[in-house]
Design a binder for this molecule. Structure first.
Ligand code: ADP
Length: 255
């Protein structure tokens, strides 16, 4: 009896270890699959603008360049596609930097109002181009700990989306407040809204509700994936509320 009891106590931790190992292997396999899917998606997303650029260049070389009107039109398309390629590469590098924990700056106390005002000032051209009205509401000086450049990137992506998916002349409200010891920062738009069934997948890389609309607005499909990555760095939560045709509110809740 003593021998059996002894083997049982020995087997228990071994069984637990085996189970843990199986779970870890399963997680590794899943991570590997996500990585493979990402590489496949990146390749596809990079190829699309490149194919378009080389197609238009070839047509120009074949004689289309002689017609000034066609030449200008094709060169404009090439410029747009090249800009898309540049944005894609920049976004991919940001994701890779965050994943490899390459920090752009050391951690600091971020003055939320100051940071957001700087971001809004830098976005003036795209805000004005769509005649968007921005309303801000900051209860009082709010500070959060972390990397200011990353924080600005997160806010930029949320505000840029609010602009992209608003009608011209729309209103966007940016709010920062402290509630129950946490900092709530939200970006609210009165734009096109998001159908409910898309909400769970919104933060996946390259996930778009309407691909052609996203591309027309110059989107890469990586903006919210970057937001999710940065929020994780800050150990912050993200909440989305949206109604089709009425608008969306993205809220990031910092500790
Ligand atoms: P994209 O570059 O396509 O904008 P994102 O990752 O930033 O990629 O967003 C993913 C998708 O979520 C977008 O394609 C768009 O369909 C939807 N989306 C994001 N923000 C908003 C918003 N404020 N209003 C409506 N739809 C949005």
């Amino acid at each position: 009896v003593i021998a059996i009891a002894y083997t049982n106590t020995l087997l228990k931790p071994i069984n637990q270890m085996e189970r843990q190992l199986k779970i870890t292997m399963k997680e590794n396999k899943k991570a590997e699959q996500i990585r493979k899917d990402f590489v496949a998606n990146v390749t596809h997303e990079l190829k699309t603008p490149l194919t378009s650029i080389s197609g238009f260049v070839e047509t120009l070389q074949d004689g289309a360049a002689e017609n000034p009107e066609i030449r200008t039109k094709f060169l404009d398309i090439i410029a747009i596609e090249a800009a898309r390629l540049k944005r894609l590469i920049e976004d991919i590098l940001i994701i890779s930097d965050i994943e490899n924990k390459r920090e752009v700056n050391t951690d600091s106390d971020i003055n939320v109002r100051e940071s957001i005002m700087e971001i809004l000032a830098s976005m003036e051209p795209i805000i004005d181009a769509k005649n968007i009205k921005i309303t801000t509401s900051f209860a009082y000086e709010i500070y959060i700990g972390g990397n200011n450049d990353r924080f600005k990137q997160l806010m930029f992506n949320l505000i840029e989306n609010a602009v992209k998916y608003s009608q011209p002349g729309g209103t966007i409200t940016v709010t920062a407040e402290r509630k129950e010891g946490r900092v709530y920062i939200s970006v609210q738009d009165k734009g096109i809204g998001i159908p409910e069934e898309h909400l769970p997948r919104l933060f996946e890389r390259f996930y778009r509700v309407d691909k052609s609309r996203s591309q027309k607005e110059g989107g890469t499909g990586l903006g919210l994936a970057i937001v999710k990555h940065i929020a994780a760095l800050f150990e912050a939560e993200i909440k989305v509320e949206s109604e089709l045709g009425k608008g969306s509110t993205f809220t990031v809740i910092f500790k």
